[in-house]
Ligand binder design. Structure first.
Ligand code: A2P
Length: 300
C-alpha cells in the first residue's frame, strides 16, 4: 500500500496520520510521541481541538526534524472574515511552535459572525458561507507567504466545492477531508475523487468513539482480520488506504496508536468483502456537529 500520496504542490503527504480530535489534554502529547516513535510522520489537528500547544511540545520532544513531519491544522468557523485568517493561522503556529503548516484546511463550509445569540449559540454569516472565495483568497496569500504549504476544505460537498473552484483559483484545494467509515463509506464520492485526481482524507475512519465498537464487531471485518492474522482495526485502516484515501485514525492508547500504523495490502476478495458490507446498508453519518448552525452543511 502507498505510504504517501503526492499533492498538486508536489509535496508528499503520508497516507496514515494520527488524528487528535477528542484527544484530551494530558493524553494527546504522549499519543503524539508514541506515534512519531512508531513511524507516523503526519499529525492531523485543528485549532478548535484545543490541544495544539501539547501537540507542538510533543513533536519537539521527539527531536524529529520539522521537515520530516506533515502537520495539518484547520481554520475555525469564527475566522472566515478575510482579515481574521492570517491572525488565526499565527495563533495555531504559535501554539504548535512552528513557523509553517503543511496543510491548512477550512474546518467547515460555514462562517460564523463575531456575535452569538444571547444563549451563546453561533450565528451563521450567510454571505461568507454561500461564497467562501474571499476566505479562500486569504488562504492563498498564506501559501504565497510560505507559512502554509497546501490549503483545502473539509466537509465540503461537491456542489459547494464546484462553486469555489469555478473562481479562477490561484491555488487549488489540495485535498478534501470528509467523514469516511464503514457506516458512511460514500462510495460515489470515493470513486469520483479517484477518477478526478482529488485526494480525500477519511476522518472518523473507525466510526469515531460512538461507533468504533460496532465497526470492529462487523462479521465481515472480523473475518478478514482473522484470515490475515491482523486486528479488525488494521483491516479497516488498510481498507481505507486501499480505497485511495488518506486515513486519520485517532487514539490516545499507545498500543492502538502502534497497531493502527501497520497497514497491509488486503487480497482483492478481502477488500471486496469489506467494501460490499460497507455499502450494503443505508449510509449513516456518524459525526455532525453542524445541526445547530442554521445551515445544512451536508446538502449538496
Ligand atoms: P482511544 O483513543 O481511547 O484509544 P476514529 O479514528 O474513527 O475517530 O475512532 C476513534 C475511536 O476509536 C476512539 O474511541 C479510540 O479510542 C478508538 N480506537 C482507535 N484505535 C483503536 C483500535 N486499534 N482498537 C480499538 N479501538 C480503537
Amino acid at each position: 500500500l502507498p505510504n504517501h500520496y503526492t499533492l498538486p504542490s508536489g509535496d508528499k503527504i503520508p497516507s496514515v496520520a494520527l488524528g487528535v480530535w477528542q484527544a484530551a489534554k494530558g493524553e494527546v502529547g504522549a499519543a503524539v510521541k508514541t506515534a512519531l516513535n512508531a513511524g507516523y510522520r503526519h499529525i492531523d489537528g485543528a485549532w478548535i481541538y484545543g490541544n495544539e500547544a501539547e501537540v507542538g511540545a510533543a513533536i519537539k520532544e521527539t527531536g524529529i526534524s520539522r521537515e520530516e513531519i506533515f502537520i495539518t491544522s484547520k481554520l475555525w468557523n469564527s475566522f472566515h472574515q478575510p482579515d481574521d485568517v492570517a491572525p488565526a493561522l499565527e495563533e495555531s503556529l504559535k501554539r504548535l511552535g512552528t513557523d509553517y503548516l503543511d496543510l491548512y484546511l477550512i474546518h467547515w463550509p460555514v462562517a460564523f459572525k463575531k456575535e452569538t445569540t444571547s444563549d451563546g449559540k453561533p450565528i451563521a454569516d450567510l454571505d461568507l458561507t454561500n461564497d467562501p472565495y474571499p476566505t479562500w483568497k486569504a488562504l492563498e496569500k498564506l501559501v504565497d507567504s510560505g507559512k502554509v504549504k497546501n490549503i483545502g476544505p473539509i466537509n465540503s460537498m461537491s456542489c459547494r466545492l464546484q462553486n469555489l473552484t469555478a473562481n479562477n483559483l490561484k491555488h487549488q484545494p489540495a485535498v478534501n477531508q470528509v467523514e469516511l467509515n464503514f457506516w458512511n463509506p460514500q462510495q460515489d464520492l470515493v470513486s469520483w475523487a479517484g477518477k478526478n485526481g482529488v485526494l480525500l482524507e477519511a476522518y472518523s475512519p473507525l466510526g469515531s468513539t460512538q461507533q468504533v465498537k460496532e465497526t470492529l464487531s462487523v462479521p465481515e471485518i472480523k473475518a478478514v482480520a482473522k484470515e490475515l492474522g491482523i486486528t479488525p482495526a488494521q483491516a479497516v485502516i488498510s481498507w481505507h488506504v486501499q480505497r485511495g484515501t488518506i486515513v486519520l485514525p485517532k487514539s490516545v492508547t499507545p498500543s492502538r496508536v502502534e497497531e493502527n500504523f501497520k497497514v497491509v495490502k488486503l487480497p482483492q476478495e478481502s477488500f471486496d468483502a469489506i467494501e460490499k458490507a460497507a455499502t450494503a446498508h443505508p449510509p449513516k453519518r456518524v459525526v455532525d456537529p453542524s445541526k445547530n448552525w442554521g445551515v445544512d452543511v451536508f446538502e449538496d
